[in-house]
Design a protein around this ligand. Sequence first.
Ligand code: HEC
Length: 161
Amino acid sequence: MVKRFFWVAIATVFFLFHLSVGSVNAVELTEATRTIPYDGTGKTATLTEQEFANGQRLFVQECTQCHLQGKTKTNNNVSLGLSDLAKAEPPRDTLAAIVDYLTNPTSYDGEDDYKELHPNVSRPDIYPELKNWTKQDLTDVAGYTLIAPRLDERWGGTIYF
Ligand code: HEC
């Protein structure tokens, strides 16, 4: 009797595990999920699965240390959540704007130059970790940053909730 209960429990765990894994993949793989605003004009860009994977790999490698789950470790007011990105000056909720940020980062109000404060590809002397990034790498990471909130409802916001 106890033994039978044991097997039923194991089967239930496996069943639930498959259900949850299945639903995550269903979100990740659609073309619509990989299609994001290119700039402010209504143009869009669609990342291929390879580009998405490359963007995710580079994000985990170089950005997660400060932006785990789209939050910002040392500044809770400036997260990578879409509403924070949209309210920046100029707005950063598009592919081109994030590529621009990673080339010429500025303060949230756009007033101050942050090239010596935030990782970017313009100052390899300060940020050698991005020295070998190609244009494609930049686009892939920017694209990943905009797709990630669709895959994780807790993306962005503050670390303290
Ligand atoms: C050493 C920590 C650190 C690393 C590494 C880092 N960031 Fe940031 N990031 C910050 C901080 C702090 C801010 C907020 C700056 C401010 O006060 O405006 C920020 C802001 C941003 C913003 C603007 C957010 C907004 O709402 O306007 C973007 C976009 C961004 N980071 C993307 C990235 C990406 C992509 C990477 C990886 C290539 C990265 N960051 C790596 C610390 C970091």
